[in-house]
Ligand binder design. Structure first.
Ligand code: C5P
Length: 409
C-alpha cells in the first residue's frame, strides 16, 4: 500500500476505440488498390466505426459491392437514384450523416471532379454537400499523379482544407516503379482517427514524447542498450494526436512503424536525446519522458572494432545527463519508472527529485507489464500525494488515462 489518497478509477476513462459511434462515409473509386481498402474497411468496422460505402461505377468493375456490404453489414450505395436504398430518399443524407468523408482509393478523376465541384454521381455529390472533413488517399499511375493538372488539383483541394494521405512510392500495378500507389492502410486508418480528433480536448496543445531505449556505442559494431520497445511512448504519441495535440516524438532506435501525423526525431545516444528534447521543449505544454535512457555510456568508444584476440576489454563507464531532471521550463513533466523492486518508494523518490507532476510506475517483473508487451499494469503517483492503481490494460488505453490525468492538471 502506498501513501496518499487512492483515486477511484473508472470515471471518464477513454478507450483506444471511439466512445460514441462515429460515421465514416467511405468513397471507393476505380483502382486496383480497392482490394486493400477492403482490409481497411474491416479494421474501421472492428474499431467501432459505422462505415457507409459509396462506390463509383469503375470501382464496381474491380470489386463487387457485396464485398463491402459483407464487411460493413450495411447497404452499399452504388447509384444516385436507387429506390430501394434508404439513402435514395434524400440524396444528401450521407453527406449529413458523415463525421468524416474518406475517399480511398481516390483516382485522378475523382480528385479532378472534387476540385471543380462536379456532382454527377453519388460520391461527388456527397463530397460537394458534406460539411464533414474530407480525407483523400490517392492511387493512380505515376504519370497521372505527376501530371501538373493532378498536382494543381491536389494543391487547390489542400488549400481548401482537404487532407491528403499518400500516395506512396514503389511498385505500381501497371508494372512500373514510381509514386502513385495507395499508401499503407494503417496510415489511412490513423489519418481518420487524427482528423476525427482534431477538435479533441488537447487541440492546440504541443506535446513532446520520448520513447524507446537509447544506444551507447562501445565500438563501431557494439553498443550498450536496454530492452525498451518504445511501445508505451508510441501509444502516448498516437493517443495525443487523436485528441488534437501537435505531437513531437523523439525516439531511440527501434522497429515500430512511424505513426502518421506525428513529427518524429530519431536519436541514438542519451546525449542526442537530451539535445533533441531540449530543442523540442522550448515551446511545449507537456513532456512525457517514456524513454529508457541509458544511465551510463562508455567513456571513450573505440574507433575500430575491438578484436577478441586482444583479450577481454575493460569498459570505463561515465554518467549520462539526466534529461528529465535537467530540464526546466513552463511545461508539465511526466516521468516513467520501470522497477523490479521497491516500486512505489523508488518511483516517489524520482517524482520529487526530477520535479515531476506525475510518474507512471510499473513493476517489470509482473506478467503482461513492462518492456516489449502490448499491455501494462501501472500505478500513477501525483506530486500532490495522490496515488491511482490501474489494472492490467493495453498500452493504448493506459496512454489515454495518462492523458486524462495530465489534462486534469
Ligand atoms: O532515474 P530513472 O532512469 O529510473 O528515471 C526514469 C525516468 O527518468 C524516465 O521518465 C526516464 O525517461 C527519465 N530519465 C531521463 N534521463 C536519464 C535517465 C532517465 O530523463 N538519464
Amino acid at each position: 500500500m502506498g501513501r496518499g489518497r487512492r483515486l477511484m478509477h473508472g470515471h471518464c476513462e477513454r478507450m483506444d476505440v471511439p466512445m460514441k459511434k462515429q460515421h465514416i462515409v467511405l468513397g471507393v473509386t476505380g483502382s486496383i488498390a480497392v482490394y486493400k481498402v477492403a482490409d481497411l474497411t474491416s479494421r474501421l468496422v472492428k474499431a467501432g466505426y459505422v462505415v457507409d460505402v459509396v462506390m463509383s461505377k469503375a470501382a464496381q468493375e474491380f470489386v463487387q459491392p457485396l464485398t463491402f456490404q459483407a464487411l460493413t453489414h450495411r447497404p452499399v450505395v452504388t447509384e444516385m437514384f436507387t429506390l430501394h436504398s434508404e439513402m435514395a430518399v434524400e440524396h444528401i443524407a450521407l453527406a449529413e450523416r458523415a463525421d468524416v468523408l474518406l475517399i480511398a482509393p481516390a483516382t485522378a478523376n475523382i480528385i479532378a471532379k472534387l476540385r471543380h465541384g462536379f456532382a454527377d454521381d453519388m460520391l461527388s455529390c456527397t463530397a460537394l454537400a458534406t460539411r464533414a472533413p474530407i480525407i483523400i488517399a490517392p492511387a493512380m499511375n505515376d504519370r497521372m499523379y505527376e501530371n501538373p493538372v493532378t498536382q494543381e488539383n491536389i494543391r487547390v483541394l489542400q488549400e481548401r482544407g482537404i487532407t491528403f494521405v499518400g500516395p506512396g512510392e514503389g511498385y505500381l500495378a501497371c508494372g512500373t516503379m514510381g509514386r502513385g500507389r495507395l499508401t499503407d492502410v494503417l496510415d489511412i486508418y490513423d489519418a481518420v482517427k487524427m482528423v476525427l480528433g482534431r477538435r479533441g480536448d488537447l487541440a492546440g496543445r504541443k506535446i513532446v514524447v520520448t520513447a524507446g531505449g537509447t544506444e551507447e556505442p562501445v565500438d563501431p559494431v557494439r553498443c550498450i542498450t536496454n530492452r525498451s520497445s518504445g511501445k508505451m511512448g508510441y501509444a502516448l504519441a498516437e493517443a495525443a494526436r487523436d485528441r488534437g495535440a501537435e505531437v513531437h516524438l523523439i525516439t531511440g532506435p527501434g522497429s515500430l512503424r512511424t505513426p502518421y501525423g506525428v513529427r518524429l526525431t530519431a536519436v541514438r545516444t542519451a546525449r542526442e536525446m537530451l539535445a533533441a528534447v531540449e530543442a523540442a521543449t522550448r515551446d511545449c505544454d507537456v513532456l512525457f519522458m517514456a524513454a529508457a535512457v541509458s544511465d551510463y555510456r562508455v567513456a571513450e568508444a573505440a574507433q575500430e572494432k575491438i578484436k577478441k584476440s586482444a583479450g577481454a576489454p575493460t569498459l570505463e563507464l561515465v554518467r549520462n545527463p539526466d534529461i528529465l531532471a535537467s530540464l526546466t521550463g513552463d511545461f508539465v513533466k511526466v516521468g516513467f519508472a520501470a522497477e523490479s523492486q521497491n516500486l512505489l518508494a523508488n518511483a516517489r523518490a524520482k517524482l520529487t527529485s526530477k520535479g515531476l507532476s506525475i510518474i507512471v510506475a510499473n513493476d517489470i517483473t509482473r506478467a503482461g507489464s513492462g518492456f516489449g508487451t502490448d499491455t501494462n499494469e501501472a500505478t500513477l503517483l501525483f506530486a500532490d500525494g495522490r496515488q491511482e492503481d490501474l489494472p492490467l490494460m493495453t498500452k493504448a488505453r493506459l496512454a489515454h488515462i495518462i492523458l486524462d490525468r495530465t489534462a486534469d492538471l
